[in-house]
Ligand binder design. Structure first.
Ligand SMILES: Nc1ncnc2c1ncn2[C@@H]1O[C@H](COP(=O)(O)OP(=O)(O)OP(=O)(O)O)[C@@H](O)[C@H]1O
Length: 318
């Protein structure tokens, strides 16, 4: 028994549990909450755990990139957040909607009103026989309740903001890949969703065009305040955002936060800091290069210092 637990009475423990229950719930102030999310697929009798207890909080107004190798579970997470797939266990909430318990009607309304979705395949985001303006107007028509003049105005505003006003009357096949993706962002924003999700939106584009599309996401985030989550396997793309969360083996493992600092001469520079994710159970994933450098395997020694926790190799030798 450690010094801190020695002398703890049952009454103390009961009080602590009561205090914890009375406190705010996990992710109380977040727009997107994933709490120990699990998704298991079964194919030909073989189980694949695509998400293995993933925790993620996204606050309103954030622009977040989810980065990870192929097969790490990014698309699975995206499909769940988009309301296209249902998790096996855990909890997922977006803008107050519980993604596990929604019935078919609520799921349809969720996909129409709460989230906007941009896919990697440029050709799948737009209807080929409608112009850019008609594509953007369509979600408003399907929802109903928007006056014709207001619809036309919103189409104009969105296309101008995303720098594709000149594509207004063009069919998708007469637009470049980058223009198609920017029109697709306008379509996804048409019904003013709480969250805009994008799965590898620059995957089919060259890097210069990809940057333009990324700039369009940033503009939507800054000008409309829309919360945006973008999945990418491209680390360079992830460098364009203030928050990049790494997904590894179906869990969030680390994240990089960037902020602008101004020095004494007034010069601005971007400062990046990398953090490890501490999950709800207190688990931490140590980077392989760190553990390998110190020959850490199987078990490590932990020591609580006044301002940090030290992790040391096992020196027992047995
Ligand atoms: N419908 C499915 N049936 C069976 N296994 C699946 C299914 N969807 C995904 N998986 C598996 O789940 C794991 C995670 O896949 P996911 O597509 O989420 O990864 P990803 O990080 O998005 O990869 P990529 O960048 O290649 O799309 C993989 O092992 C994949 O094979």
């Amino acid at each position: 028994m450690s010094d801190s637990t020695r002398g703890t009475t049952l009454a103390d423990l009961e009080r602590r549990v009561a205090e914890r229950r009375a406190g705010p719930a996990y992710g109380d102030d977040a727009l997107i909450v994933c709490d120990r999310l699990v998704r298991i697929f079964t194919a030909d009798g073989v189980e694949v755990q695509a998400l293995q207890g993933l925790d993620l909080l996204v606050r309103e107004g954030e622009l977040t990139a989810l980065v990870g190798a192929s097969g790490s579970g990014k698309s699975t997470l995206m499909n769940i957040l988009a309301g296209l797939d249902v998790p096996t266990a855990g909890a997922a909430r977006v803008a107050g909607r519980d993604l596990l318990t929604m019935d078919a009607g609520a799921r349809l309304r969720y996909r129409r009103d709460v989230v906007g979705f941009v896919r990697q395949q440029t050709a799948r985001n737009l209807l080929p026989y409608l112009t850019a303006a008609q594509n953007v107007a369509l979600p408003m028509q399907l929802r109903g309740g928007t006056k014709r003049a207001r619809k036309a105005e919103r189409v104009r505003e969105l296309l101008a903001m995303l720098d594709v006003a000149e594509c207004r009357d063009r069919l998708p096949h007469r637009m470049s890949g980058g223009q198609q993706q920017r029109v697709a962002i306008a379509v996804a924003l048409a019904n003013a969703p709480s969250v805009l999700l994008a799965d590898e939106p620059t995957g089919e584009l060259d890097s210069a065009t990809g940057e333009q599309v990324f700039a369009a996401f940033r503009r939507a985030n800054e000008e409309l305040g829309t919360t945006i989550v973008i999945v990418t396997h491209d680390r360079a793309v992830a460098g364009e955002v203030r928050r990049a969360v790494a997904v590894r083996d179906g869990r969030t493992s680390s994240e990089v936060l960037r902020r602008t600092e101004v020095d004494a001469e007034g010069r601005e520079s971007m400062v990046a800091r990398e953090y490890a994710t501490l999950d709800r159970a207190g688990r931490l994933q140590l980077p392989a290069e760190y553990t390998e450098a110190l020959g850490m395997e199987h078990r490590v020694l932990l020591e609580l210092e006044p301002d940090h926790i030290a992790v040391r190799p096992d020196d027992d030798g047995s």
